[in-house]
Design a protein around this ligand. Structure first.
Ligand code: HXC
Length: 520
């Protein structure tokens, strides 16, 4: 055998060894936990044959605690580039079979290289997290490694989409990298995220709590909002992320790919002409409206289980990717509260950063009142959504379906927040408040003075009627040019598509500044 052939054989052997990570026993242990290995995950995510690995032979440089005696090529993370549906992405997948996927300085260097390259060429970064956190043997070096990653998460923010999949433990400061990225998905039962685990919680506060209760996927999807998505299996998780990518551009200078559809642009839907109940306090399902308007009825929801009184997600209209924000009358009457405001504000800002137009469907009775909301800073949190819409320069099309009252009217992409095209259905009520509240304030004394209960009820009804006739309709707003048109509900799809077509070339600036100061 020639020397060159021996060298090639050695390369093949080293590559094969590196691909085994921590070895067959640990791979089996990973499978027994219902988890895939880093390489198996990447094989599912990336188009076949597209993966190009970086730094396969990198080894850690730690000499503490006998670490110099154990070196595994690749050092616990598989990094590189590949394509998803033909589009370039950069990836890193932590390998739990090597030192529990714990983060060494060299592992962070590998991850940072992927992020730097992604930033340089303008492509999304997808991180598959499965790690015991900072590699304990490395001390400050491991912490420095995390900080290097966090800094890149910050620099990449708003330039390239960043997506985190949590497919195992994610504890301590390690949770901050996913928190800095745009979207986080957690796999049910096999992943968890928390700053301090149950044992530390018990010793510090006395609280007894399981891993699942403290930081499982359900908790973060419904209570904290840390997770935007969950999936029952790793396979499902990867499919969801692929779908998510199909709505996103490669970077902040690009636009999302068009998705051809056979759903007619001029399709009308008679069911929308009867969807609003006669009783203004009765709910209807906003999902039905969204599905009716978007292409093929396909809506990719973000944060489905968190703050369900507002609905956000991606869809295509006339082939264009748009972000949909809609109040949900079926949950808390669609009121805006702290969590709904936070959820929608972050989504609106993501869309604006990545040139994704915004479709807003409004049916909002106002902001939730009371001490719980005030003490929790509903003022500051509500201002986040107001701010997000006000600064957004992407095309903004808004349709008011029913209620649009007070501050919540302004927040939900009104004309004066540089809304581009604002439509209303004939059932729209655009006013400072609903008739019940308004009549109480305006005619309270007169109503109280009427001692006959029947006459009193009739007076209330009469005043409410007068108020509704004057204010609770879309025509006051239409007469003053605050909305462009009152449209028939059945025509919403094609009016919305035409509006986005018109806005295709929209150019709008914000004053030059170092950065803004959104009320955090
Ligand atoms: C070094 C680690 C490690 C770590 C796990 N391992 N975590 N090695 N540093 N942080 C090693 C284990 O020693 C073991 O090695 C192998 O990985 C697999 O771990 P097991 O414990 O056998 O696996 P399992 O039973 O599944 O438990 C997984 C685990 C547990 C729950 C993650 O390993 C664990 O609690 N690890 C420590 C978690 C932690 O507290 N990390 C620090 C968080 S603070 P062998 O050789 O025996 O197979 C943090 C600060 C970041 O990360 C700050 C950023 C600013």
């Amino acid at each position: 055998m020639s020397i060159q052939n021996k060298q090639i054989e050695d390369l093949v052997r080293r590559r094969a060894a590196a691909r085994m990570g921590g070895g067959q026993k640990r791979i089996d242990a990973q499978h027994e936990k219902g988890k895939l290995t880093a390489r198996e995950r990447l094989a599912l995510l990336l188009d076949e044959g597209s993966f190009e690995e970086f730094d396969m032979f990198v080894q850690h440089r730690c000499t503490n605690f006998g670490m110099d005696a154990s070196h595994i090529d690749g050092d616990g993370v598989v990094t590189g580039q590949g394509t998803v549906d033909g589009r370039l992405v950069f990836v890193y997948a932590q390998d739990f079979t090597v030192n529990g996927g714990s983060l060494s300085k060299t592992m962070s260097e590998k991850i940072c290289k992927v992020m730097d390259t992604a930033l340089k060429v303008g492509a999304p970064v997808i991180g598959l997290n499965d790690s015991g956190g900072a590699r304990i043997q490395e001390g400050i070096d491991a912490l420095a490694g995390y900080a290097e990653i966090f800094e890149r998460n910050i620099l990449c923010s708003g330039v390239i989409p960043q997506i985190s999949l949590i497919m195992g433990p994610c504890a301590g400061g390690a949770v901050y990298s996913p928190a800095l990225t745009d979207f986080t998905l957690m796999v049910d039962k096999t992943s968890y995220m928390f700053l301090t685990g149950p044992a530390v919680v018990k010793s510090v506060t006395g609280e007894v709590v399981s891993q699942e209760e403290l930081g499982g996927s359900r908790v973060h999807a419904s209570k904290s909002g840390v997770a935007h998505f969950t999936a029952e299996t790793e396979e499902e998780a990867i499919e969801r992320i692929k779908l998510l990518l199909s709505f996103l551009p490669q970077n902040n200078l690009g636009t999302s790919p068009l998705k051809p559809t056979s759903d007619p642009v001029n399709r009308t839907d008679d069911s929308l002409n009867s969807i609003i109940p006669d009783n203004p306090n009765k709910a209807y399902d906003m999902y039905a409206v969204i599905r009716s308007v978007v292409d093929d009825g396909e809506f990719f929801e973000v944060h489905r289980d968190f703050a369900r009184n507002i609905v956000v997600g991606f869809a295509h209209v006339g082939g264009r990717s748009v972000g949909v924000v809609a109040n949900q009358p079926g949950v808390l009457a669609g009121v805006l509260d702290i969590n709904a405001s936070r959820k929608a504000a972050r989504f609106v800002r993501f869309c604006d950063a990545f040139n994704i137009p915004l479709l807003t469907l409004v049916d909002v009775p106002g902001f939730l009142c009371g001490t719980q909301q005030e003490y929790g800073a509903v003022i500051t949190n509500g201002a986040k959504l107001l701010y997000a819409y006000g600064e957004a320069t992407v095309p903004k099309v808004t349709v008011t379906l029913r209620k649009s009252y007070g501050g919540a009217h302004i927040v939900m992409s009104c004309k004066q927040l540089r809304g581009d095209i604002n439509y209303a259905w004939p059932s729209a009520n655009i006013a400072v408040m609903g008739a019940d509240g308004a009549v109480g304030v305006l005619y309270g004394k007169e109503i109280k003075a009427e001692e006959n209960p029947e006459k009193q009820a009739a007076l209330i009804e009469q005043k409410k009627q007068e108020y509704n006739d004057l204010f609770c309709n879309p025509y006051q707003a239409a007469q003053k040019g605050y909305i462009e048109d009152v449209i028939e509900p059945r025509n919403t799809r094609f009016r919305v598509i035409r509006a986005f077509e018109v806005l295709e070339g929209k150019r709008q600036d914000i004053p030059a500044k170092k950065h803004d100061n959104i009320p955090l």
